[in-house]
Design a protein. Structure first.
Length: 240
């Protein structure tokens, strides 16, 4: 009988030790996973910050090189009419492609959401401004002869796309526009024509634009900054 009790006691002790070892192993395993997860999150955040820094450095370097190049071109231009024409053509191309700051007469369009569209719902749904609304405005301004356009100071270039994603309207890959806040569109050109096209036939009332208050201000001088991104020429080639 004593032998049976001894065997049962040993079995209980072994089971208890097995449970304690298993539980301790689980705690250690969970701690390692948590540590690894925190490490991975920290590592990813650090990498993102590093990439942002590299991007900013590259943009600054690109701007410095553009300024140096312009100084060299200005210094090398002599009195020759041909050289002056080439320099003018190059400057015109840079203004059109958005690689330098520009200024001129034009209009500023202020777009503000009406307060009542937020009072009854958090999700604006189809009432919020979207990509087609901004594309519609840009197309009309270009049709009226706008020579430079910016949305919330993000320059529109020949390669700038406008896309709605995750409740924001993206201007290219860097311009993030919140449709729930004020949106400012600047355009350089004939201010009378630009104002006329926006006021024509309900141009600013189509789509979701009717849910927003609009104000057009003619300007004698508007400054539109250059694009922070260069143009890609990976596939196009000149025809000889």
């Amino acid at each position: 009988m004593k032998k049976i009790y001894s065997q049962l006691a040993v079995a209980v002790v072994c089971a208890l030790l097995g449970f304690l070892l298993s539980y301790q192993f689980k705690l250690i395993s969970n701690k390692e996973k948590s540590t690894q997860q925190n490490y991975n999150q920290t590592d990813v955040l650090a990498e993102i910050e590093q990439l942002k820094k590299e991007r900013d450095d590259a943009n600054k370097r690109n701007g410095d090189l553009q300024d140096q190049l312009k100084k060299i071109e200005d210094a090398s231009t002599n009195s020759s009419n041909l050289d002056k024409q080439l320099k003018k053509d190059l400057d015109d191309t840079r203004m059109i492609t958005g690689s330098i700051d520009v200024k001129g007469t034009g209009i500023t369009l202020y777009i503000n959401p009406k307060k009542d569209i937020f009072s009854t719902q958090n999700d604006m749904g189809n009432t919020a401004l979207g990509e087609t609304d901004l594309v519609h405005i840009v197309n009309n301004l270009l049709y009226a002869g706008a020579e430079a356009i910016a949305i919330n100071d993000y320059r529109i270039t020949p390669q700038t796309g406008i896309k709605f994603s995750n409740n924001y309207i993206w201007i290219g890959s860097e311009g993030k526009v919140d449709p729930k806040t004020e949106i400012v569109v600047k355009a350089v050109g004939d201010k009378a024509k630009l104002q006329s096209i926006l006021n024509f036939g309900g141009t600013l009332e189509v789509g979701s634009l009717h849910n927003y208050n609009k104000k057009i201000v003619p300007e004698d001088e508007i400054v539109i900054n250059k694009s922070t991104k260069g143009l890609n020429t990976n596939f196009i080639k000149p025809v000889k």
